[in-house]
Each structure stands twice: as C-alpha cells, then as structure tokens.
Unconditional design. Structure first.
Length: 270
C-alpha cells in the first residue's frame, strides 16, 4: 500500500483509518465461491468513486470449477497494471493460502477464513495474519442451509470495513446485481454483506482508507475484457451467437443476449 497524507472522505460515523493512495488485493479461493464477483464489485465501486482500477483473474479449465483468483488494484493516480505484489491476500482455503502468499509483499496482510486455513508459523513472522470465521459467520447471517453460498458477499462487506469503502455505493451495486433474482436472494446477499461490514476488525488489525478520488471532467467507464470483446463483436457486425454458458465465455454470451435483440440479432445457448 502506498501511504498518503491526504485525508479520505468517509461516511459519517465510519471508523477512521490510515490513508493510502492505492491498494492491491488478491482474492484466492474456488471459482464456485464467487471470487470474480467480489473483484467485480470492487472494480465497479472504484469506477463510481472516480478511482483508477486494474484487475486480472484466473479461471480453472473445468466445468466443475476449481482454484481461482481475482486481483484488483485501486488507486487515486494512474493505475497501469494490476500490480506485481499484493498488499492484502484474502484466502478462503488452505490451497489459497499456501499457493498465493508468495505474491504478497513483505509485511503484507493475510485475511483468511479461519474455518478452512491453518497458519504456517514461519509465515506468521513475515506477514500480518488476521483470521475470521467467514464460513461460519455467513451461515449465521443467512441461514443454516446456506453452506458456502454467500461468503463472497460477507467477504465483500469485510473488505469494505477494513478499507472504509463507500458502503452506500456498494449496497447499490448489490441491489443491481441481485435485485432481479428474487427477494430471497437479495435479502440473503444484503444480510451477508451487513454481517461482514459489521464484523469488528478493530481489535485485530489496523484499518485503512483510500485518499480522495481523482477529479475528472468526463465520465469514467469501467469495463472487463469480456465486455469490451462483446461490444467489439457487435461493432464488427456480428448478429448471431451460440454457445454453452461457462466461464469465461458466460459474460460475453449474457451481454450479447441482452444487446443483440435490440438490433435484430439472436443468441442461442444450451
């Protein structure tokens, strides 16, 4: 994290934290846990907060999913890469912890699910370790049948707490993402987010806040490579698409399914 002396704007009543000009967060878990969703929320929040952002992710080459990461770098200056080293590693499993701690900068923070991760004592002296029972607390927040569902949104709330992010904007993004999936789905997502955001990290670690946003004279667009590719296909004249919905193709298919009918195009999927 690059430190800054510029005070960051916060919601009234929020916890003050050390002001930093940028952060690099690596989220490591399994693709079926919604790892990409956490990163997507953070990237869109950055865009709506006039912050620069760059991301990258890995996708397992199996239908059943598997180990996956999403790294996001958010800053107040020009962000031209996703970052070589992470300031924070959010690890959901033991393989996430062991496989990605080498990408953490010296003295960085490991935020981990203590329900699934055992700390390596040798690494404890090199990095700050903060254990949170993410799986258990998510089940408590949204019900005993939740199993592993929703812990990505709990983790999003937890990250919002640690970095004093703009909760109102994040909640709006959660509404946009889950509002069309039914009241029960949205309610569970909101309960998980609020539980993560309410978790008391103050006794465990220092909190942070991003310094003030860049002032822009024009609208800012935050897009993924898949979205850019899909719009490129439309601009090139493609009017028909067919495929099987599987990551990473799913985002392209969903965008084409939404946009092509408006210009007399069609999408077929299995």
């Amino acid at each position: 994290m690059s430190e800054s002396t510029v005070p960051a704007p916060r919601e009234s009543g929020s916890r003050p934290g050390k002001s930093v000009s940028e952060i690099v967060i690596r989220i490591a878990g399994n693709s079926q846990d919604g790892i990409q969703s956490i990163g997507g929320f953070l990237a869109r929040l950055a865009g709506r907060s006039e912050q620069d952002v760059m991301t990258f992710m890995t996708i397992p080459s199996t239908i059943s999913g598997g180990p996956s990461i999403f790294q996001v770098r958010i800053g107040t200056g020009d962000v031209l890469s996703a970052g070589d080293e992470a300031d924070v590693l959010l690890a959901f499993y033991q393989h996430s912890y062991e496989g990605h701690i080498a990408h953490l900068r010296p003295g960085g923070i490991v935020l981990f699910d203590s329900d699934h991760v055992e700390v390596n004592e040798e690494w404890r002296s090199r990095y700050s370790h903060v254990g949170v029972p993410i799986s258990t607390l998510t089940i408590e927040a949204i019900g005993g049948t939740a199993k592993d569902k929703g812990k990505n949104i709990f983790a999003l709330g937890l990250i919002a707490k640690v970095f004093s992010l703009e909760t109102d904007k994040l909640l709006k993004l959660v509404h946009e993402r889950f509002g069309g999936k039914g009241d029960g789905v949205l309610e569970n997502a909101l309960n998980a987010f609020h539980a993560g955001a309410a978790y008391e990290v103050g006794d465990l670690m220092e909190t942070f806040s991003l310094s003030g946003p860049n002032k822009r004279n024009k609208d800012q667009v935050v897009t993924s490579g898949n979205e850019a590719l899909a719009y490129g296909l439309i601009a090139a004249g493609v009017r028909f698409g067919a495929g099987y919905p599987i990551t990473p193709w799913s985002d392209i298919m969903e965008l084409l399914r939404r946009e092509l009918p408006q210009i007399r195009g069609h999408v077929c999927s299995v």
